[in-house]
Ligand binder design. Structure first.
Ligand code: IMP
Ligand code: MG
Length: 174
């Protein structure tokens, strides 16, 4: 069984403040055509980040990536759907995800994107758990460096719950 931490780990205000900084870093250093966002976890972050970027030319596309099932441990197996309908040939793409954990998801998505003909791919994650990395990948833009803790809220789930909370919380085993 799990319970939420007594206080948020990252508040909604802190998230919004960091997103404004991230958006200006990205806008200064990377000119791109499209955001490709990994559902479901990244939906809130993508909505806020894309609004902070606010460029009329940027397209936004979503794919569904899943590895977790109903556990807090990555299965290592990445299921991706929706990429077959997307044409990003010749495009520069900002790949957005909620969290970089083992790195399996980002690595698989980066390869798939290159295979579809994207000319440049840079990655942006709201949170990075550096300690947990097993795949050879890093994110170009990181919102928050976090410890090896399981986090929920602001789009992130545990067994599909907690996603709609505006702050980010840690889950503690009871
Ligand atoms: P990776 O493939 O191990 O890097 O896992 C990345 C995916 O696992 C993320 O896109 C999340 O959906 C999920 N994930 C990893 N850590 C957490 C967490 O602490 N809370 C909720 N989801 C997580
Ligand atoms: Mg995810």
């Amino acid at each position: 069984m799990y319970k939420m931490s007594a206080k948020p780990m990252i508040t909604a205000e802190q998230i919004q403040e960091r997103i404004r900084e991230l958006a200006s870093d990205i806008a200064e250093s990377f000119e791109f055509d499209a955001i490709l966002s990994a559902l479901t976890g990244a939906y809130m972050f993508t909505a806020d980040l894309s609004r902070a970027l606010a460029k009329p030319q940027i397209r936004i596309v979503f794919i569904k990536a899943s590895s977790y099932g109903d556990s807090t441990e990555s299965s290592g197996q990445i299921k991706v759907s929706g990429l077959e309908k997307i044409d990003l040939k010749g495009k520069r793409v900002l790949l957005v995800d909620d969290i970089l954990d083992t790195g399996n998801t980002m690595l698989a998505l980066t390869h798939m994107l290159k295979d579809t003909g994207a000319v440049e791919v840079r990655t942006c994650v709201l949170m990075n758990k550096e300690e947990r990395r097993t795949a050879d990948i890093h994110a170009d833009f990181v919102g928050f460096e976090i410890k090896n803790e399981f986090v929920v809220g602001y789009g992130l789930d545990y067994a599909e719950e907690y996603r709609t909370l505006p702050d980010i919380w840690t889950l503690e085993e009871t």
